[in-house]
Design a protein around this ligand. Structure first.
Ligand SMILES: [Zn+2]
Length: 309
């Protein structure tokens, strides 16, 4: 698998309440890095009282269980806690679900390749035990700090951002990043409209009075509203670009994906895993347009086809 294009994940330490917002990847190196940085504040991992996680992606929860074993309380959205059970269920036949999805997306030529990685789909992650759950709109107060929890589904369904009104800070996780467009994707077995949710979630944070945004990756930034406008414009361009690929007839998800521009690298140079990610992103856009009557979806045999409505 390719390196995470997002690079580093930020972990934020609220010193007075000994709280961490997100943790890095689950590697020894990341743990040593965290230890070293905590030492600069005279703290050890055992001193961390709680870890708040914005969403359940590996680069954000990687060290959460380790810190929990050292005594930290694990805090996440209620949706994150509910998702633990669903994910365990999904993992029971994740490989079969992915075979079905590959066919639905029109990627039958990749099935032999996928079969070589059955083992990777059988590797069920240990569920997180979330000690305290947060509700949308809840005010969460800690020593020296108080913030509003805002549920922002889209990049992932359980995603929350934390808004500190007094200091005009927004811990944005992966909801709004300064340069990279958050990956908004959908698996065929998820039955959601994540792009619709994502665009609604951008609206939810757009009018907040924010001086500084502290995201999960890249760098801190100040132009929240402008950035949100850019992201909305990006997705409408993207939707149009995908629609344009349907002008001369119906196409599968993989066909649409192979005909649009990708920032990472051209389609023919992508590994299967990157194509699969690109296909789930394409599917999220097609489902968005299908739900709004802009494209028609038809299942023929095991495969979905899209055409202009
Ligand atoms: Zn993420």
């Amino acid at each position: 698998m390719e390196r995470n294009p997002l690079g580093k994940t930020f972990s934020y330490l609220l010193t007075e309440s000994r709280t961490l917002i997100d943790t890095g990847v689950p590697t020894d190196n990341a743990y040593k890095g965290l230890q070293r940085q905590l030492e600069e504040h005279g703290l050890k991992p055992q001193d961390i009282e709680r870890v708040i996680i914005t969403h359940l992606h590996n680069d954000h929860i990687g060290l959460a269980q380790t810190l929990q074993e050292h005594g930290a309380e694990l805090v996440a959205s209620r949706v994150a806690a509910e998702k633990q059970a669903q994910v365990q269920e999904e993992y029971r036949n994740l490989y079969e679900l992915n075979v079905e999805e590959t066919r639905l997306f029109g990627g039958a030529e990749y099935l032999n390749f996928l079969a070589r990685f059955v083992y990777a789909f059988r590797d069920v992650p240990r569920p997180l035990r979330i000690d305290r759950t947060l509700e949308d709109g809840e005010i969460f107060s800690l020593d020296g700090f108080s913030f509003k929890v805002i549920w922002t589904p889209g990049h992932s369904h359980e995603h929350i951002v934390l808004y500190d009104e007094a200091d005009r800070l927004l811990f944005s996780g992966d909801h709004v990043l300064p340069k990279i467009t958050s990956h908004v994707a959908l698996h065929s077995y998820d039955h959601r409209d994540p792009l619709g949710e994502y665009l609604d979630s951008l609206e939810k944070v757009k009018d907040l009075d924010v001086e500084t945004v502290l995201p999960g990756h890249e760098w801190a930034f100040h132009n929240l509203q402008e950035r949100i406008e850019q992201l909305r414009a990006h997705h409408s361009r993207r939707l149009q670009e995908m629609k344009d690929t349907l002008k001369d007839g119906e196409r599968t998800v993989y066909q649409v994906g192979s005909r649009v521009h990708w920032d990472s690298r051209p389609w023919p140079e992508m590994s299967f895993w990157t194509k699969r990610m690109a296909a789930t992103e394409t599917y999220a856009h097609l489902v968005y347009m299908r739900n709004r009557g802009e494209v028609k979806e038809e299942k023929k045999g095991d495969t979905l086809y899209y055409r202009l409505a």
